[in-house]
Design a protein around this ligand. Structure first.
Ligand SMILES: NC(=O)c1ccc[n+]([C@@H]2O[C@H](COP(=O)([O-])OP(=O)(O)OC[C@H]3O[C@@H](n4cnc5c(N)ncnc54)[C@H](OP(=O)(O)O)[C@@H]3O)[C@@H](O)[C@H]2O)c1
Length: 295
């Protein structure tokens, strides 16, 4: 069977870089494009999107590109840039994919929710309440995709071709210098003790697992719509940090603190858990973390 052609946008990022590697390992025909590449795509510009899709003619576009600096988004000038990338970008991609009959997978975030629901949010949950500007821009991106796809508000995206998917995920970790694990490891080596919050509950997610979830969509082409992918279970950031250091064999103490001790502009949900009812079983965050730390 002819392998599917996949265009990954944001291929230099935390998720995109791992997704590209896994797709190549599985012998997909992979194209990549990033804003920092020579002649790379800028998803904020419709003509740039059109040019890349015309050049590569993929079967699937996976959008891993985003403006992900949550704190910086609170600044008005940065917010405008974030909105262009996180809201206009998916709109441009969705329009072009629809017009060219290309399947489209877009990555979104748990931060579109903000009600601190301890039971977690299912894919069909429609009460959005982003607490920060980043979450607002990502929610606007989702709505733009729904509009471009011509969906009825709240319904699953039409199942006929092309297929559109929004995959919400949370607290990503993987290779890279700027994510939570890298920071915890660095501080643990530099400081006598760490202070990590006990009032932020998340479901950590290994980008390798999420990439497998994205590849599942490409491979099996299930019904279009919203999907949730994050590590099973949840923990406070403090528990997450302790588990990281335990696995790394580092005994720097991790003391409790709370979000209000940090002078952050962006409001962060206290509890943010995505419930998966559509993907086949997803493994627990501790198992994901153990694999990452011992790779
Ligand atoms: N990180 C998390 O904890 C987390 C949690 C929940 C959801 N998510 C979502 O998961 C997805 C992947 O996140 P990530 O952490 O892997 O992101 P990331 O590491 O920040 O990478 C983002 C990528 O987007 C590219 N990019 C930025 N502006 C662009 C533009 N105008 N046109 C084309 N490319 C552009 C960047 O390119 P350059 O490198 O060339 O600048 C970079 O490759 C995002 O949708 C994010 O919202 C992330």
């Amino acid at each position: 069977m002819k392998s599917k052609k996949v265009l990954v946008i944001g291929s230099h990022g935390l998720l995109g870089s791992t997704l590209v590697k896994l797709l190549k390992d599985k012998n997909y025909e992979v194209y990549t494009s990033d804003i920092s590449d020579k002649d790379g795509i800028d998803i904020t510009k419709p003509e740039s999107v059109e040019k890349q899709l015309e050049k590569t003619k993929p079967d699937f576009v996976v959008n891993c590109a985003a403006y992900t600096n949550v704190e910086a988004c609170e600044d008005l000038e940065q917010y405008k840039i974030a909105y262009a990338v996180n809201a206009d970008g998916p709109k441009n991609l969705a329009h072009e994919c629809r017009n060219r009959n290309i399947n489209f997978i877009h990555i979104s975030t748990d931060y579109v929710f903000g009600d601190n629901d301890e039971d977690g949010y299912e894919e069909s949950h429609r009460s959005f309440n982003p607490l920060n500007k980043y979450g607002e821009t990502k929610l606007a991106g989702e709505k733009n995709i729904e509009m471009a796809r011509g969906c009825i508000e709240g319904s699953d995206y039409y199942s006929q071709s092309p297929l559109f998917y929004v995959v919400r995920t949370s607290a990503l970790f993987g290779e890279g210098a700027t994510n939570f694990i890298a920071k915890i490891m660095q501080y643990a080596k530099e400081k006598e003790f760490l202070e990590v919050v006990t009032d932020e509950i998340v479901s950590p997610t290994y980008v390798k697992d999420l990439s497998e979830g994205i590849i599942y969509l490409i491979e099996y082409e299930p019904k279009g719509g919203v999907y949730h992918y994050s590590g099973e279970g949840s923990c406070t950031r403090n528990e997450f940090a302790k588990e990281i250091l335990k696995l790394a064999g580092i005994d720097t103490p991790v003391k409790p603190t709370t979000l209000d001790k940090f002078n952050r502009k962006a409001k962060i949900p206290n509890v943010s858990i995505l419930k998966n009812t559509k993907f086949p079983e997803i493994r627990g965050w501790k198992e994901m973390l153990a694999e990452f730390m011992t790779r």
